[in-house]
Design a binder for this molecule. Structure first.
Ligand code: GLV
Length: 315
């Protein structure tokens, strides 16, 4: 397969780069001054595109690569890929579901614990030598808080399982009621009702046109001044302007955020808030999971170019 041209849209995980270049004729887009300068010379060579949550495959990129057959994304999220265009042009798409579910669900719970128990602040308290002066102030209990999950897919379900183990009653909102959730989790057809009946709202759905800004001012206000939002999905699912003003004005109790509307830019106002814990979109970023994701990206490419079924097809 050494002659097959594969384009990597941006730096991802070095093991993935190495494994790809061992098997394919790998082009790294960031080694060129612009997409135009790359495509003028190499567009015809590219039969596969490997992208991720930072730089995906938009309509222009897809149209500029006349021999593109497959997009294999190093992510479960598909919001950076123009799926309509891929469908129109018969381009296959594969992603990396399942292997990353545990890590993202773990981070959701970790963020909730960090916000309620003020783990980053109490760590700073010890490291800054303040413990000798006085005990750390009391925090808030996480176990037993009602958790509302937006999106009960693979990751949402894994969060639900974890939250239930902490004694948290779990409810959810999604497009339709999930039969497999049975009587364990209460379904709310309306996200406002979910927020009004939850102490913690966890955003775990995919970003689509329907879910963009689904968490708006009304939803935030329904959660209220003691409520906490956790977002491990995508930034634009929450109206970030409304989130920031609710936090600054004390209309929302706190937030644990791994994703942002214009990442890596993070609103300045969030930096100094005690009730906010921020992580830089690292939900899947453990060595174990990144190795599994990289293996899946490559396995999908190899399957495609050997005429075998994709392991995790989207299209
Ligand atoms: O955000 C991470 C992913 O979509 O894999």
């Amino acid at each position: 397969m050494e002659s097959i041209g594969v384009l990597l849209t941006c730096p991802m995980y070095t093991n993935l780069h190495e494994e790809l270049s061992n098997r394919f004729n790998l082009f790294k887009l960031w080694n060129f001054s612009s997409f135009q300068s790359f495509s003028q010379t190499h567009a015809n060579s590219i039969r596969a595109l490997v992208c991720d949550t930072k730089i995906g495959a938009d309509a222009n990129t897809i149209d500029s690569l006349p021999n593109l057959e497959i997009v294999s994304t190093y992510s479960v999220g598909l919001d950076k890929i123009d799926l309509k265009k891929c469908r129109e042009k018969g381009i296959r798409v594969a992603n990396t579901p399942d292997v990353l579910t545990d890590d993202v669900a773990d981070l959701a719970i970790a963020l909730a614990l960090a916000v309620f128990r003020k783990i980053p602040q109490s760590d700073g308290y010890v490291k800054n030598g303040l413990w000798n002066n006085s005990d750390y102030p009391l925090t808030t209990k996480f176990s037993g808080k009602s958790v509302g999950i937006v999106g009960l897919g693979r990751i949402g379900s894994a969060i639900a399982k974890r939250a239930a183990a902490f004694g948290c009653p779990v409810s959810y909102h999604s497009r339709s009621e999930k039969s497999e959730a049975g009587s364990s989790y209460k379904y709310y057809p309306n996200i406002l009702d979910l927020a009004a009946n939850s102490q913690i709202l966890v955003v775990a759905c995919a970003l689509t046109e329907e879910t963009r800004h689904i968490v708006n001012r009304e939803v935030i206000d329904a959660l209220g001044p003691k409520g906490v939002i956790i977002n491990i999905g995508r930034g634009p699912i929450i109206n970030q302007r409304e989130l920031v003003s609710a936090l600054v004005e004390g209309r929302l109790g706190g937030a644990g955020l791994d994703v942002f509307e214009h990442e890596p830019d993070v609103p300045e106002e969030l930096m100094s808030l005690e009730n906010v814990v921020l992580t830089p979109h690292v939900g899947t970023d453990t060595v174990e999971t990144c190795n599994d994701m990289a293996d899946l990206v490559i396995a999908n490419l190899e399957a495609h170019f050997s005429g075998k079924p994709l392991l995790t097809p989207v299209l």
